[in-house]
Design a protein around this ligand. Structure first.
Ligand code: GDP
Length: 299
C-alpha cells in the first residue's frame, strides 16, 4: 500500500514535512497545510475539518514538528474511522447468505473488484457465487465470467438479450440457496445518465432480495476510481442518492496522487471505505484499515 500511495505521499507529505519542519506550527504553516491538502484532492469540506481541528489544538499549545505530524495522523484516522464506527461491523456471516450489490460507473473497476472480492472470499474459505446482473452492457457479462474463471467462482448469468437484472438476481439467489453459498456478489448497473432508471433498477433488485432471501445480510458497495479525485466524488453523490449504499471500494490507488480523495469520501458522503484496490491483479485488493492508510500516507 505504501508503494501504491507513493505519489500521494510525495505530494502531501513532502510539503507537510517542509512546512512543519520550519518550527512550531503556527497560522502561516496551517495555511500552507490547507493548500497542500486541497492539492491532494482531500476536498474543501474535509480540508476545512482538518484545519479547524489543527487550529483548535494550536489554541492549546504550539506544536513541535513531530507532534504536529502525530496529531495530524490522529485527525485523519478519526475521520476515516467515524463512518466505520457508525455503520457497525462489516463482516461475512458464516453459514448465512450474504449478498453484496456492487455498483459503479463503467471503467471504475467494478468487474475487476468483483473478481478480487470473489478471490478474497474463496481464500478465506467462504463459498462464493457471482450474479451477472449488469445486463445492459453485453460485454459486462462476458468480462465478469472471465473474472469468475480466474477466481474459481461460478457465475450465474442469463444469455438472452434485454434481461431484467432482477430476474438474474432471482436465479442467482435460487442457485445460492441450493448450493449453500455464503457470499453472493451481484454485479449491478453502472449507468449514471439516468438517475431514475438506476434507482428503479436497484430498488427492484432489492425488492427481489427481500422477497427471496429476507434473512440475507445485504451490503451495497460503490466502486470508485480514486484517480478521478473530486470528479469521482460527484459521481458518488449521485449513486448515494440512487442506491442505499453501505460503503465504498476505492480503486486505482496505485499510481495516483489523489489518494486524499479517501478523506473526501468519508467526510462528504459519510460512507465508510471498505476495501481498497491498488493494482490490476486478482490479489490487489485489501480490506481498508485507517491505520494502514494513514501510515502509508504520512508515515
Ligand atoms: P468496469 O468497467 O467498472 O467493470 O471496470 P474494469 O473492472 O473493467 O476496470 C477498468 C480498468 O481499470 C481495467 O483496465 C482494470 O485493469 C483497471 N483497474 C481496476 N482496478 C484497478 C486498480 O486497483 N489499479 C489499477 N492500476 N487498475 C485497475
Amino acid at each position: 500500500l505504501r508503494q501504491g500511495l507513493d505519489k500521494t505521499r510525495r505530494n502531501i507529505v513532502n510539503q507537510l514535512k517542509a512546512i512543519v519542519g520550519q518550527g512550531p506550527l503556527n497560522q502561516v504553516a496551517v495555511d500552507e497545510i490547507e493548500a497542500a491538502l486541497l492539492q491532494a484532492d482531500v476536498g474543501v469540506e474535509a480540508t476545512d475539518y482538518i484545519i479547524h481541528s489543527l487550529q483548535q489544538k494550536l489554541k492549546e499549545k504550539a506544536l513541535p514538528p513531530d507532534e504536529a505530524i502525530t496529531y495530524l495522523k490522529k485527525i485523519l484516522r478519526d475521520m476515516l474511522d467515524k463512518p466505520l464506527k457508525e455503520s457497525g461491523s462489516f463482516s461475512l456471516e458464516r453459514g448465512n447468505l450474504n449478498i453484496w450489490l456492487i455498483t459503479g460507473v463503467n471503467g471504475a473497476g467494478k468487474t475487476t473488484t468483483i473478481g478480487k472480492l470473489a478471490r478474497l472470499a474463496q481464500k478465506s474459505g467462504y463459498n462464493c457465487l457471482i450474479g451477472a446482473a449488469d445486463t445492459f452492457r453485453a460485454a459486462a457479462v462476458e468480462q465478469v465470467k472471465i473474472w469468475g474463471e480466474r477466481s474459481g467462482v461460478e457465475v450465474v448469468a442469463n444469455p438472452s438479450k434485454n434481461v431484467d437484472p432482477a430476474s438474474v438476481v432471482f436465479d442467482a439467489i435460487n442457485a445460492a440457496k441450493s448450493r449453500g453459498i455464503e457470499l453472493l456478489l451481484v454485479d449491478t448497473a453502472g449507468r449514471l445518465q439516468n438517475k431514475k432508471n438506476l434507482m428503479d433498477e436497484l430498488s427492484k433488485v432489492r425488492r427481489t432480495i427481500s422477497k427471496k432471501a429476507p434473512d440475507a445480510k445485504v451490503e451495497s458497495l460503490l466502486v470508485l476510481d480514486a484517480t478521478l479525485g473530486q470528479n469521482g466524488l460527484r459521481q458518488a453523490e449521485v449513486f448515494s442518492q440512487a442506491a442505499k449504499l453501505s460503503g465504498v471500494v476505492l480503486t486505482k490507488l496505485d499510481g495516483t496522487a489523489r489518494g486524499g480523495v479517501a478523506l473526501a469520501v468519508v467526510q462528504q458522503l459519510s460512507l465508510p471505505i471498505r476495501f481498497i484496490g491498488a493494482g490490476e491483479g486478482i490479489d490487489d485488493l485489501r480490506p481498508f484499515s485507517s491505520y494502514e492508510f494513514v501510515e502509508a500516507l504520512l508515515g
